[in-house]
Design a protein around this ligand. Structure first.
Ligand code: C2E
Ligand code: MG
Ligand code: MG
Length: 481
């Protein structure tokens, strides 16, 4: 028995009992205090990101509720934002151990700029800001711009060479407007837009949301339509006409008639497919089916016409592209010159040396190559000289206002004479009027594609051109006039 438990000689048994209880109570209290301290420490650790020391997403959710409750029944405009570090941070992260130090400093800079309400999202390079009440969009924007400025400042010596920036997506809302998930989702949509456009701060609006959800629907439908066996897709063909009015080739252009959305032009889904990788399947399908159609035409009409198929940037980069192409040609017993591939200047200029190697490989199979939409990109003329290409397709935008714009006339003349100098074909896209045609013929443009002769048409309709000897109506009119 300890001395504490010794009874006070003058006390009653009740008093003794009471003092024992008090002592026990005291011990319990200090144990509870210790436990609480431990618990708080533990909570702080659990609720904190180990790299940045910022409160984590769960804490954001709780604080979001608190802010909303504080502003309930007020007419305040509230703001949340998502901040994501840019690609330059990735390089630092991958190449230096100090990546985490910069992350910590970035978190500190944001806190210095807007106070405590900075949280770590589920990604290491992404943060959530509970900006709270803001007077108007301009205010929220300027706060976010301050964040961008601070984050983008170069780091002090010895890391003076380290600098990276960030993108910010903001969603403004009023309490009771919407659920947290939706508000944060909107901030993420704005962040997407910021990254896609390069504008460092973007504030969400309904139009942005509509476009985003439309893109999402297209993406979902595209995946399903591919898995369902391409029934919703078809290919249309548009003739290339030479100076004598004869069809010597055609461009294969994909069409998609969706069960819910109706016809969706390629301009609205090719980019989406390119982003999510589905272009691989679409590209292979188009390439095979266009070649098979050409084989049928060659067999049925004895024509030596070729088909020209568009290759998207990521298709061109596919490592097995050449095998795929030669596989299709082999399976259909078609010679290489039955196929032409259209790529854009951007694809080539991204990595010219690599592109040239790939193009040479393609051409070694007899397949020819066009530069599509020529003139709107930034081709270096120096590279152009070295590119193993067969055709320059003059972009439609130059042809559109040939008559009104003397600059365009000069550009088109220059492209045609450049093609002549390089001993390759000049093909004008989007020719719609006789005036344009006459100008192009006078400048000795080799080939014409455009509504003046024919829009892209279904295979059956195209067969009718071949049945008629490979001549389209406009040319007959031309020769008659
Ligand atoms: P592009 O390769 O430059 O194709 C030419 C576009 O101009 C086609 O639009 C064609 O219908 C249109 N066009 C041709 N002549 C005229 C004309 O006289 N007037 C007008 N207003 N338009 C004319 P389309 O079919 O909507 O295709 C748009 C773009 O989508 C294509 O531009 C190409 O970049 C892409 N695309 C189409 N099919 C495929 C495909 O199978 N694979 C890939 N990767 N891209 C494709
Ligand atoms: Mg094309
Ligand atoms: Mg084009």
């Amino acid at each position: 028995m300890s001395t504490h438990d010794q009874a006070d000689p003058g006390s009653t048994p009740e008093a003794h009992q009471l003092s024992v209880l008090e002592r026990e109570n005291q011990t319990l209290r200090s144990e509870i205090e210790e436990l609480t301290a431990n618990r708080n420490e533990l909570l702080a650790v659990i609720n904190q990101d180990p790299h940045t020391g910022l409160p984590i997403r769960r804490v954001f959710d709780r604080d979001f509720r608190t802010v909303s409750e504080d502003h309930a029944h007020h007419n305040d405009l509230l703001a949340v934002a998502v901040v994501r570090l840019d690609r330059r941070y990735d390089r630092i992260k991958n190449s230096r151990d100090r990546g985490k130090v910069f992350l910590f400093r970035t978190a500190a800079r944001m806190r210095e700029t807007i106070g405590e309400r900075v949280y770590q999202s589920d990604r290491i390079d992404e943060f959530l800001l509970l900006m709270g009440a803001t007077k108007n969009e301009r205010r929220a924007r300027s706060t976010a711009e301050a964040i961008v400025r601070e984050v983008s400042m170069p780091h002090e010596p010895p890391a003076k060479d380290v600098a990276f920036g960030c993108s910010v997506g903001i969603c403004l809302y009023k309490d009771g407007d919407a659920q947290r998930e939706e508000i944060l989702g909107n901030a993420y949509i704005a962040l997407d837009e910021s990254e896609a456009t390069g504008r460092p701060v973007v504030v969400y609006n309904e139009e942005m949301g509509r476009r985003y959800h439309e893109k999402e629907t297209i993406e979902k439908e595209l995946r399903r339509a591919i898995q369902d066996g391409f029934d919703e897709f078809s290919i249309v063909y548009q003739p290339f006409v030479d100076r004598d009015g004869r069809i010597h080739g055609c461009e294969a252009l994909i069409r998609w008639n969706n069960r819910i959305l109706g016809p969706i032009p390629p301009g609205r889904f090719i980019g989406v497919a390119e982003e999510n990788g589905d272009i691989r399947f679409i590209g292979q399908w188009t390439l095979y089916n266009a070649c098979r159609q050409l084989r049928d035409w060659r067999e049925a009409y004895g024509t030596s016409m070729y088909v020209s198929v568009n290759l998207s940037p990521s298709q061109f980069k596919q490592t097995d592209l050449v095998e795929r192409i030669s596989g299709i040609l082999g399976a259909l017993k078609l010679p290489g010159d039955a196929l032409k591939l259209e790529i854009t200047e951007g694809v080539v200029m991204e990595d010219p040396e690599d592109a040239i190697t790939k193009m040479e490989e393609i051409r070694s199979h007899g397949v020819r190559i066009s530069i599509d939409d020529f003139g709107i990109g930034y081709s270096s003329l120096n590279y152009l000289r070295r590119l193993p290409i067969n055709t320059l397709k003059i972009d439609k935008s130059f042809i559109d206002d040939l008559s009104a714009n003397t600059n365009n006339r000069e550009i088109v003349k220059a492209i045609i004479s450049m093609a002549r100098g390089l001993k390759i074909e000049a093909l004008a896209e989007g020719v719609e009027t006789l005036e344009q045609l006459e100008f192009l013929l006078a400048e000795e443009c080799n080939s014409i594609q455009g509504y003046l002769f024919s829009p892209p048409v279904a295979a059956d309709e195209f067969s009718a051109f071949l049945k008629a000897g490979g001549v389209v109506a406009c040319c007959r009119d031309m020769s008659a006039s």
